[in-house]
Design a protein around this ligand. Structure first.
Ligand code: ZN
Length: 137
């Protein structure tokens, strides 16, 4: 195996492995610097002049910096939260437990898995295109 295909192989491997490894490192780094390693619940912080966990836990009263189509209760944010509560109803009779489970399933597993799948498809297509170009097609 010459150097170029070997470099291409390791480049492809890096692209496939980084989405799996990097979030774990970032997650651990955030937890190691701001919170205990395993948290039983979201942190309780006081309200401040900027968004904190208090906004996450009980609602945000700060002026938004992003457009309402993203941040409003009728925008992407609100639609997502309401959708997670709807999914959660099918997962648990407890409203908060169902929401938490839906949140983990959709935003922590489903969405990243879908994005990872798209990366794998794009990478396979790229490798195929490069191979076809080398054969002169
Ligand atoms: Zn806030």
């Amino acid at each position: 195996m010459s150097a170029k295909p070997l470099r291409s192989f390791f480049g492809s491997l890096l692209v496939l492995v980084m989405p799996l490894v990097l979030p774990a490192f970032v997650f651990v780094a955030v937890l190691a610097t701001e919170a205990p390693f395993l948290r039983p619940s979201p942190p309780h912080e006081p309200r401040r002049a900027y968004c904190t966990w208090a906004c996450h836990n009980v609602g945000c009263s700060h002026r938004t910096r992003l457009p309402a189509v993203l941040t409003a209760d009728t925008g992407l944010y609100g639609t997502t939260i309401h959708g997670l509560f709807r999914i959660g109803r099918g997962l648990s009779s407890d409203r908060r437990t169902g929401y938490g489970a839906a949140n983990l399933l959709v935003l922590c597993a489903g969405w990243p898995a879908a994005m990872y799948g798209l990366v794998v498809v794009a990478l396979r297509q790229r490798i195929r295109i490069v191979a076809l170009r080398k054969r002169g097609r």
